[in-house]
Design a protein around this ligand. Sequence first.
Ligand SMILES: Nc1ncnc2c1ncn2[C@@H]1O[C@H](COP(=O)(O)OP(=O)(O)OP(=O)(O)O)[C@@H](O)[C@H]1O
Ligand SMILES: [Mg+2]
Length: 255
Amino acid sequence: MASALKERDKQLKEFAKSKIMESERLALIGQLAANVAHELNNPLQGIVTYSHLLLENDSCNGSSMSSAQKIVTQANRCRDIIRGLLDFSRQRKPDKTVCNINAVIDECIGLVEYQALFHNIEIIKEFDENLPMIVVDPSQMQQVIINMVVNAAEAMDESGQLTLVTGYDPVEKVIEIKIRDTGQGIPEANVRKLFDPFFTTKDVGHGTGLGLAISYGIVREHNGSISVDSELGKGTSFLIKLPMNAVEEVVDARA
Ligand SMILES: Nc1ncnc2c1ncn2[C@@H]1O[C@H](COP(=O)(O)OP(=O)(O)OP(=O)(O)O)[C@@H](O)[C@H]1O
Ligand SMILES: [Mg+2]
């Protein structure tokens, strides 16, 4: 028994160590991403401003007009990527309020269910109706859930089952959100890279690889965690854990 306990202790220590190394690695990437995003932001502002000026110029017509328009579109795309990097590296502080996670997820479903991508996907809700309220930034949480359900739909090649589960663990005092799909699954070798900015397996132009990096940044900012369980050819399940925090304090502060 003593040796079994020792062995378990060793495994727990190793697990904790690998978790710390993983979060340090992502923090380092986050720092780098934030610096790059900052440095790129200034020249990009110049490109956006001057391309708009070109568009407004009377002598801009025909093909030069269409070229200027393309510059504006591409510059806007760069701006979105930079915003994503800043989100990942926690440069945007959450605006937290008391929320019901079931309602947040319902809103996400409302936003995506009529999109073509979801036409042949059965969305199943397994909500804990007695879920306690929690303090989160609802629009950031929505961003996380939408990123994950879009990934799920893409992994299912647009047809399959998407199950959204909520629950409360009174021992750990965390709210759990599970997003499960019946998609292609994730190869073992990719699991480690999932939350790295720009990691994508999608074709050029179909994914920037920022969705999960941003989601990771947001959940970490809420002191939560994301874990993944996947089986090739069967499907993937993402589990988000959000710790309960002082709901009363926020209610008091806003009263
Ligand atoms: N549910 C899932 N099933 C299978 N693979 C997944 C799933 N979710 C994520 N992935 C894998 O993780 C990669 C990274 O996902 P992420 O959302 O960060 O970027 P993306 O979807 O490729 O691009 P973006 O979200 O920026 O448009 C995906 O390219 C895909 O390979
Ligand atoms: Mg994605």
